[in-house]
Ligand binder design. Structure first.
Ligand code: SF4
Length: 350
């Protein structure tokens, strides 16, 4: 599936579209009074666990059983006793949950919720690239489709990308995809010249750039900078921080869990946050006394925001949209994901 060309839509538009084909729904479609209780009741009725990515709308995060990054949520999905996983995130994340928990029913409240970074390389493009470098080891960031993961030797998160690459025979070529910022970061840290980088990026967050980051840091020189390395939106900030665009002692590259811990313990009055703006909801809840500010307040993933209260209601009432990954693809992709989990601290503490 691909939705890279889907335009951002308003909450009202989303809710309206969810209503169109759900005339039999009796549950509330907006996050008004009684909505959260109804979602909890519906989840129990369906034997479902509701997972929400950190970049989801606040009301979705608040109603979910668990909130976290994609890999942590996939691990929870695999370990859960629930027979149904409702994954409030983007499609590749729900696919990863299905790969790790093939016996469970995995639902995503709106299957059109894609990812521009995952869509920046197809399995056909990867096969063609591999043909040019037949002896190379393929390392894919976790923001990839199941079909791309099936062509991959080992997946990585941005937390363990360096360790994954360092674990590979230095004489072997490495094809690193799809995020060019994370690839550049890994190349700089490993000094590896035989690492080839796919020129993909998350265009949603192209606004988190060097000029913005530097200007924000200079405007508030005492503020700390939290950079969350998991999603593609943060990898450009990760690269810039590593390149010295902002003072190193003020830059904290943190997992979600680390970011929340740091939020509780910070002595700073202001913290600049370089990631998708959905994360601010949890940080402000963790420490209401601190002024958490987005480095770029337009860094909002409209794919993530397609998961509306109405879409979640519909998912639980109607059991849709179900995520399928064919068994052969899932088997191949699972190997790459499991190798990722074995190396370093993929998403540790998140
Ligand atoms: S923020 Fe970017 S990388 Fe993350 S899910 Fe959205 S489009 Fe994909």
């Amino acid at each position: 599936m691909t939705v890279a060309s889907a335009a951002p839509r308003s909450l009202a538009a989303d809710t309206a579209s969810a209503v169109d084909d759900t005339a039999t729904l009796v549950a509330p479609l907006t996050a008004g009074p009684g909505w959260a209780e109804e979602i909890r009741r519906l989840a129990r009725e369906r034997d479902a666990v509701v997972l929400a990515h950190n970049y989801q709308r606040p009301e979705i995060q608040d109603v979910a059983d668990h909130t976290g990054d994609s890999l942590a949520l996939s691990r929870i999905a695999a370990a859960s006793d629930a027979s149904t996983i409702v994954f409030c995130g983007v499609h590749f994340m729900a696919e990863t949950a299905k790969i790790l928990a093939p016996e469970k029913t995995v639902l995503i409240p709106d299957a059109r919720a894609g990812c521009s970074l995952a869509d920046s390389i197809t399995a056909d493009e990867l096969r063609a690239w591999k043909a040019e470098h037949p002896d190379a080891v393929v390392v894919s960031y976790v923001n990839t489709t199941a079909a791309v993961k099936a062509e991959t030797d080992v997946c990585c998160t941005s937390s363990n990308a360096v360790e994954v690459v360092e674990s590979i025979d230095p004489d072997r070529e490495v094809l690193f995809l799809p995020d060019q910022f994370l690839g550049a970061h890994v190349k700089r840290l490993t000094g590896r010249q035989n690492l080839h980088i796919w020129a993909g990026e998350c265009h949603v967050h192209a606004g988190i750039n060097g000029a913005t980051l530097t200007a924000k840091a200079q405007a508030d020189p005492d503020a700390d900078l939290f950079v969350h390395p998991e999603c593609g939106c943060a990898t450009s900030a990760l690269y810039l921080a590593g390149a010295g665009a902002v003072p190193a002692e003020q830059v904290h590259i943190l997992s979600t869990g680390g970011m929340l811990d740091a939020a509780k313990n910070t002595t700073k009055a202001t913290v600049l946050v370089a990631t998708e703006v959905g994360m601010l909801h949890q940080l402000r809840r963790a420490n209401p006394d601190v002024d958490f500010r987005a480095v770029n307040d337009r860094a909002s993933c409209h794919y993530m925001k397609m998961i509306t209260p109405g879409a979640l209601t519909r998912a639980l009432v109607e059991g849709r949209d179900e995520v399928h990954v064919d068994a052969a693809t899932a088997d191949k992709a699972r190997g790459a994901v499991q190798r990722m989990i074995e190396i370093g601290r993929p998403g540790g503490g998140e």
